[in-house]
Design a protein around this ligand. Sequence first.
Ligand SMILES: Cc1ncc(COP(=O)(O)O)c(C=O)c1O
Length: 478
Amino acid sequence: VAAIIDQTNRSGHRRQGAAYARLADSLRQAIVDGRLPQAARMPSERELTEAIGLSRTTVTRAYTDLRQQGYLLTRRGSGSVVRVPAVPGGRVDHLLSPSSPDGGDVIDLTCTAQGAPGQLSDAYARALDDLGGYLPGTGYYPGGLPVLRQRIAARFTRRGLATEPDQVIVTAGALAGLATACAALVRRGDAVLVESPTYPNAIATLKGSGARIVAHPIDHLTSDWDLAGLTTALGRGGVRAAYLIPDFHNPTGALMSAAQRSDLARLLRAAGTTPIVDESLADLALDATPMPAPLGSLLPTALTIGSASKTLWGGLRIGWLRASRDRLDDLATSRLRLDLGAPVIEQLATAHLLESYDEIIAERRRHLLEGRDVLLAGLAKHLPDWRVRTPHGGMALWCALPRQGSTLLAQAARRHGVALASGPNFAPTGGLDGWIRLPYALPKGQLAQVPERLAAAWADVLSGRLRPSRGGRHRIIA
Ligand SMILES: Cc1ncc(COP(=O)(O)O)c(C=O)c1O
């Protein structure tokens, strides 16, 4: 906690006012940012006094303030724990489904995905040509079509994670891969570590499988993964699995460094925690940043999830799960409980698209880079006090608002023709109403209009005239 307070102070957070008010403010900020997650145990007043060198009275007053405002719950004899207050008007179930923009000129930023590449029709035409060869068979391929498994395995091997085709199970997208992994691995009540923020539907899938979520905060503006914090979280033991997005994390865009990967691999190994690595965005580097080796190559026990949705097209509904041989039987069984395989024609089309993968990706990257830069330039002009770090890859900006209000902003933006997913959607254990995700996958002509519209919406929020809307859910799929 002392380190978190120090970090908040260094990040330029409020420096005026009485010492107790500044301390309360730093702790409040850490709670709403998810760095002190729901139910985290706080140090006693005496312990905190010793750790941060302020007077006992200062700490007592700060705790009293936080208790009165609903950020701390104190039970006599058992200390204080963090409470993340509910966001007004923000009902968040982490189950995001296609948004239905109201038509007109609504710019839909609830989804990080692009339209189909030019090569898609040709890939389907070739898939249809191939189909004849499959018609005499039953059409059931629970592990996936051999030709596709082979191409996916070859890509893993090329990236440094040696893989044979039988180690790949083709699924209906990355989320279905996660559901398959959960069904094989997670029992009701098992602790599963996730990053905070993280991809919303993964939170829902994990919770749906009975996982008890342990949130590990990512510091979005500075250092990304906090290995010291992870050491503590994993060191307590009993964490069954860790769902991680080390490659252009959704929503922050963070890329885990090679050094952090090897430290993390050591921690996970020592803790006996199985990593579920989501590589959905791994091929979307936007600049010359060298890509570290896949996290799975450092951890033989890792389950690695991938997807065609972000790189090729979401409409294919094709993803995959890669695992070590000793896990394959369990995964195959759990897959058969969920479904019996992905459609043959889509698998064939994906196999053909993988033949032109490098060309398609180069075009994807060019488009995303353009979108990212248009959005960053517009934000700098129209919303200069929003803080954002330029991501080296992925599909979205993760912006720190100057104050809480992401849920209200999503509401206000709708009236200015922008559909947004508010920060709390990405918070596994509450908070994050001071953040907003802005995908940059749409064409630059549309993205260029976003900052001005958001500036008008943010002015509405700051005006204080907005009332939280009841039942107004903000939904995202990707
Ligand atoms: C990290 C991550 N995992 C999974 C998904 C879902 O992918 P799919 O469409 O393959 O199920 C997304 C979509 O945005 C994502 O960002």
